[in-house]
Ligand binder design. Structure first.
Ligand code: GDP
Ligand code: MG
Length: 547
C-alpha cells in the first residue's frame, strides 16, 4: 500500500480552482509541464455559495520528480493529509471576494517571489468562510503561522474595490497570506459589515435562505461576477501567458446560430434583458441546473451557460413541455456557440498537390487505428491515391501493424526511422493525393520528445497535423495534453474513443484550451467504419447527451 504521508512534503501542491481548465492553466503558468496529477475532486463552495450550487475542483499535483515515484494514477486521499498540502490558487476568486471582510488583512504582505509581469502589491485576503468552512484543519494552521507548511504557494486575487486590482505572490515555506482567523466566522456577524454585501436578515439570523433572499443574493452575485469577469479579462490580456483566441473562436462566438427556440439565443440582446430578466425564476434555473449537472459541465461552464440562457425573456404561461423545450434549445444554442469549426479533410482545392496529414498524440489514444480508418476511407470511398508513412519505430510491433494493413488494402507504405530521412522519403510520394503519417505516442509531459516530433514533422511541406485526444481520458489530462501539444503545433483535433466516454461537459473547457477545429470523432475499434467527420451539431448533441 502507498504511504500517503509521503505526500506531505515540498513536492506536492494543491490547486483549488473553479474548473479543471483554470487549474491546468495555473499549474502551467507556475510549473510549465513539470507536474503530475495525483488526485482531483470536486468540492462544494462553503456557505451560501455552496447552497446555490457553486463548486470548485481541488487538484493535487506532484511538482518535482521523486525517488519514491509511485503515485502515477489518481488516488483517494485522507482529507487530513490532503489539507496539509500547500495550496496553489489562481485568479478565480470571483464570488469569494463577495464575502471578504474588511478586517481580513494579511499578516505578512511581503511576497518572496513575484510572478513576472504581474503587479505585486500586497497579498490578498482570503474569505473567512472559505478558510473556516472548506479547509478542514486550516484554523489551527492560521492561528499558528509558525507551524505553517513547507512547499510553495501561489495565489492571485481580484481586489474588486479598485480598478486595477490583481495581485499575486509566491511564498516559500510560509502560510502567512491566510487570514489568522481564530475561529469559525459565521456569515451573519462578518459579512454584514462588508460594503456592498448585506445578506437578508433570514440569512444572518437563521443561516437559511428563503426565496426572496436567494433572489437578492443571486442578483448581487451576478453583478459581482460581471465585474470579476472584466477584471479577469484585463488581467489575462496583461499576462505573459495570454494567448489571443484563434479566428475560429471569435468567429463562432460572434455568429451564434439561431434556432427554433421560442426566444432563440440570437435574440439575447441588451434590450431583452432590460425588458425582463428571468434570472430569478427558481423553476427555470432549477431545470437549467439539472441539465447542466447531468452533462457534467464544470462550475465555470455552468455559470456561463446559466447567465446566457437566463438573460432573455421567457413568454408567460408556457406549459411544462414548452418550457423544457425552450430551455433545451437555449442550452443547445449556447453550447453550439462554444464549439469550434468542425469537418473532415477536404481534398477539393488541393490543385494537384500532395496533402500530408500527420496524426500526433499521447500513447494509446488511437492514432494508428484512426489513421488506418482514414486511409481506407480515402482509398476506397474517395478513390484517392493514398500513401502511408510511419515515424513510429519506437513501439514494438507498430510498424508491422500498419504494414499488414497497407498490404491488405494495397497501399504504398514506408517506414522512416531517422528524422533527416523524412524529406527524401516524402519526395517519393509526390504523385499521391494524400499521405498519412503515423507518429509515436508521446507523453504530454515529455517536452523533449514533443520537440522531437515537431522537428521531425518540420521536414514536411503542405502538412496538416491532427492531435488525437481520447474522450475516455480524465478531463485534466485532456486539458494538459491539448496545451502541451501546442509545442508540436497541431492544426486540428480528432476526438477518439467516444464509445468509451461518459458525460462530456468537460469539452466546454477543453475547447477553451485547444482552440482548434475538430476534424473527426471515432467511436470504436473497427476499421474502417468506426469514425465520422465531425459536425458541430453532432458534437453539441454528444455534449448534451442527445444520442
Ligand atoms: N473503444 C475504442 N477503442 C479504440 C478506438 N480507436 C482505437 N482504439 C483502440 O485503442 C487501442 C490503441 O490504439 P492505437 O491505434 O494502437 O493507439 P496509438 O498508440 O495512439 O497508435 C487499440 O486497442 C485500438 O483498437 C475507438 O474509437 N474506440
Ligand atoms: Mg500507434
Amino acid at each position: 500500500m502507498n504511504d500517503f504521508n509521503d505526500l506531505v512534503d515540498a513536492e506536492h501542491t494543491r490547486v483549488v480552482a473553479p474548473d479543471y481548465a483554470t487549474a491546468v492553466r495555473i499549474l502551467q503558468e507556475r510549473f510549465g509541464s513539470d507536474w503530475t496529477v495525483v488526485h482531483s475532486r470536486k468540492v462544494r463552495r462553503p456557505g451560501i455559495l455552496g447552497w446555490i450550487g457553486l463548486s470548485d475542483v481541488v487538484v493535487i499535483v506532484r511538482t518535482q520528480k521523486s525517488s519514491n515515484d509511485i503515485l502515477t494514477t489518481p488516488i483517494q486521499l485522507d482529507a487530513a493529509i490532503e489539507e496539509k498540502i500547500p495550496v496553489l490558487a489562481g485568479d478565480f476568486s470571483s464570488e469569494e471576494t463577495e464575502s471578504r471582510t474588511p478586517d481580513l488583512e494579511v499578516s505578512n504582505p511581503e511576497p518572496l517571489v513575484s510572478l513576472s509581469s504581474i503587479h505585486v502589491s500586497e497579498a490578498p485576503a482570503m474569505t473567512s468562510t472559505m478558510d473556516t468552512e472548506e479547509v478542514v484543519g486550516m484554523d489551527a494552521e492560521m492561528t499558528n503561522p509558525v507551524d505553517s507548511l513547507s512547499g510553495s504557494e501561489v495565489f492571485a486575487s481580484a481586489d474588486q474595490n479598485n480598478d486595477v486590482s490583481f495581485e499575486a505572490s509566491v511564498e516559500q515555506g510560509s502560510n502567512t497570506h491566510q487570514q489568522p482567523s481564530t475561529d469559525s466566522v459565521p456569515l451573519s456577524t462578518e459579512v454584514n459589515e462588508q460594503e456592498g454585501f448585506n445578506p437578508p436578515a433570514s440569512v444572518k439570523e437563521q443561516g437559511t435562505v428563503n426565496l426572496e433572499s436567494f433572489n437578492s443574493l443571486s442578483a448581487r452575485l451576478e453583478g459581482s461576477k460581471q465585474r470579476i469577469a472584466e477584471e479577469l479579462k484585463a488581467f489575462n490580456s496583461a499576462s505573459p501567458f495570454y494567448r489571443a483566441p484563434d479566428p475560429w473562436q471569435t468567429a463562432s462566438e460572434a455568429t451564434t446560430e439561431s434556432n427554433s427556440d421560442v426566444v432563440g439565443i440570437a435574440s439575447f440582446s441588451e434590450e431583452t434583458v432590460a425588458e425582463k430578466s428571468v434570472f430569478d425564476d427558481p423553476v427555470f434555473l432549477g431545470k437549467v441546473s439539472t441539465i447542466l449537472e447531468r452533462c457534467g459541465f464544470s462550475a465555470n461552464a455552468c455559470r456561463d451557460i446559466k447567465n446566457a440562457v437566463s438573460s432573455a425573456n421567457v413568454p408567460e404561461n408556457l406549459d411544462e413541455a414548452a418550457l423544457d423545450n425552450l430551455i433545451e434549445n437555449r442550452i443547445g444554442a449556447c453550447v453550439m456557440g462554444r464549439i469550434p469549426q468542425a469537418g473532415g479533410i477536404s481534398l477539393a482545392n488541393t490543385a494537384g498537390k500532395t496533402r500530408f496529414v500527420a496524426l500526433v498524440g499521447p500513447t494509446g489514444v488511437g492514432k494508428t487505428t484512426t489513421l488506418a480508418k482514414l486511409a481506407a476511407y480515402f482509398h476506397v470511398v474517395e478513390k484517392k491515391k493514398v500513401g502511408l508513412i510511419t515515424l513510429d519505430s519506437y513501439r514494438l510491433g507498430a510498424i508491422e501493424q500498419l504494414r499488414r494493413f497497407a498490404d491488405i488494402i494495397g497501399l504504398n507504405f514506408k517506414t522512416v526511422d531517422q528524422a533527416e530521412k523524412v524529406r527524401e522519403e516524402i519526395e517519393s510520394f509526390s504523385k499521391y493525393d494524400i499521405v498519412f503519417i503515423d507518429t509515436a505516442g508521446r507523453s504530454q509531459k515529455d517536452v523533449d520528445r514533443l520537440k522531437e516530433v515537431r522537428d521531425c514533422l518540420s521536414n514536411v511541406n503542405d502538412l496538416e497535423i491532427h492531435l488525437c485526444l481520447s474522450l475516455g481520458a480524465a478531463p485534466e489530462a485532456l486539458m494538459a495534453t491539448a496545451d502541451a501539444f501546442r509545442i508540436v503545433g497541431y492544426d486540428h483535433v480528432i476526438l477518439t474513443k467516444r464509445d468509451e466516454s461518459y458525460s462530456k461537459g468537460f469539452l466546454w473547457d477543453l475547447f477553451g484550451v485547444m482552440q482548434k477545429p475538430i476534424s473527426y470523432v471515432t467511436c470504436g475499434q473497427e476499421v474502417p467504419e468506426d469514425f465520422d467527420a465531425a459536425s458541430r451539431e453532432e458534437i453539441r448533441d454528444m455534449i448534451l447527451g442527445v444520442e
